[in-house]
Design a protein around this ligand. Structure first.
Ligand SMILES: Cc1cc2nc3c(=O)[nH]c(=O)nc-3n(C[C@H](O)[C@H](O)[C@H](O)COP(=O)(O)OP(=O)(O)OC[C@H]3O[C@@H](n4cnc5c(N)ncnc54)[C@H](O)[C@@H]3O)c2cc1C
Length: 387
């Protein structure tokens, strides 16, 4: 990527180099096998911890490596290029759950929960979505009832990344569904809490080595000191965490897009048809050119959103733009890469077939493309006083 020397600092270039090398040597060789077996990659997770990547954006006082979303986006992109499923695990752990605790937890919560998560001794999950509440997260129905000074959680969550392997959960529940957003609080809950069970939801289209789980809460006791932020302040926490985390989903999409571009270019140079490499045909050249432009544009949007976030500036619209464009670009990149591979790309065992499946969910989680368009259009129309 020729522009990197201009866009990234010396330190960021070093981080990129380190993660790229690690991803090529450790993540890429096992990605297909893990995908086939739907196997959670514990070795990868521990290796991320050993490299210090689980601490990116987490203050040093809690064992983290400091930095911010610029650093975690660089790591995410490199990881996703090699093994997108590992990057999903990383994103849910770090950019969702750990960030929620680091940004909104009190001192005692941060001291207790963050160090083991940074060291990779535990996996973290972020539990917002429910069977009846996805895009419309304010309609969640998991109840946080009162039990003396403490709380009792009852209800269920669906599609929770890392849900069945996590030791630490950031959970959102409502005191009164009629209050919608104003009724929701955020809690930290640990594995082993009475009444809590997690069941893996197998059979995903892509990102198959990442686990996704249904969580069940049957009168789970949660002490009031494990509530994060104010009572009723949980929805705002969830939205702020997602606003920033979308930057890393954009970076993940860029990583998948790059993998597609590289695979398409390599194959086009080798595959012969009509007496020449297919790279000689303009139709193929244009597919590769379009992907190259879109992946680079997605990267620049991602970088801008990360710079804004790390500078403490408003970044909601920019992170939505980055996530929307990058995820759709990754899907176009995967579609074209598969087309370049012809029939060979359509079978299990071809890397582009996996990229094609992995790319799809980037348009769904952490806000669907439709939700991103809502956020962006509201910002644009709002400036004109229309909404
Ligand atoms: C692999 C995977 C991992 C996930 N990990 C997590 C996780 O770790 N934690 C977590 O909390 N959640 C997680 N999710 C859930 C994810 O965030 C939701 O699936 C997503 O927000 C969409 O919600 P939904 O599936 O209920 O779809 P719905 O909200 O029911 O949407 C269905 C369709 O309607 C559209 N739609 C809805 N509202 C509008 C509107 N106002 N305007 C226009 N169109 C609209 C949507 O865009 C979509 O096309 C994960 C999901 C997947 C698939």
């Amino acid at each position: 990527m020729p522009q990197d020397a201009l866009l990234l600092t010396e330190q960021e270039l070093m981080l990129q180099h380190t993660v790229r090398e690690f991803a090529d040597q450790t993540l890429a060789p096992r990605a297909a096998e893990l995908d086939e077996r739907e196997e959670f990659p514990w070795e990868n997770f521990r290796a991320l911890a050993n490299l210090g990547l689980l601490g990116l954006g987490i203050p040093e006082a809690y064992g983290g490596a400091g930095g911010g979303f610029r650093e975690s986006s660089i790591a995410m992109e490199e990881m996703a290029r090699a093994c997108a499923a590992t990057s999903v695990i990383y994103g849910a752990h770090l950019s969702l759950a750990c960030q929620a605790i680091a940004r909104f937890g009190d001192e005692a919560q941060k001291r207790r929960h963050l160090p083991p998560l940074v060291r990779g001794e535990r996996v973290a999950a972020f539990a917002l979505s429910e069977p009846g509440a996805g895009s419309d997260a304010a309609s969640l129905a998991t109840i946080a009832g009162r039990s003396g000074d403490d709380y009792m959680l009852s209800g269920s969550k669906l599609f929770i990344t890392n849900g069945d392997v996590a030791g630490t959960y950031v959970v959102f529940a409502t005191h009164d569904p009629a209050l919608r957003a104003r009724g929701i609080s955020c809690f930290i809950m640990e594995r082993g809490t009475p009444g809590f069970t997690a069941t893996r939801q197998g059979g995903k289209l892509g990102m198959r080595a990442s686990t996704t789980a249904e969580l069940l809460f049957q009168d789970c006791p949660v002490p009031s000191e494990d509530r994060v932020g104010e009572e009723g302040g949980g929805f705002s926490i969830a939205m702020q965490v997602l606003e920033a985390s979308r930057i890393t989903i954009a970076a993940q999409s860029v990583g998948i897009g790059r993998a597609c571009l590289e695979a398409a270019a390599r194959y086009a140079s080798q595959r012969q048809a009509f007496g020449q490499p297919i790279a000689g045909f303009q139709a193929i050249q244009w597919m590769i050119a379009d992907t190259a432009v879109e992946v680079d544009a997605a990267r620049l949007l991602t970088r801008r959103a990360a710079l804004l976030k790390d500078a403490g500036k408003p970044h909601g619209t920019e992170s939505a733009m980055a996530k929307l464009f990058a995820s759709e670009a990754a899907n176009r990149a995967a579609n074209r890469a598969l087309q370049v591979h012809g029939g060979y790309g359509y079978f299990r065992g071809s890397a582009v077939e996996r990229y094609f499946r992995d790319a799809r969910v980037t348009e769904i989680y952490e806000g669907t493309s439709e939700v991103q368009r809502l956020i962006i259009s509201r910002a644009v129309l709002g400036r004109l006083g229309n909404v």
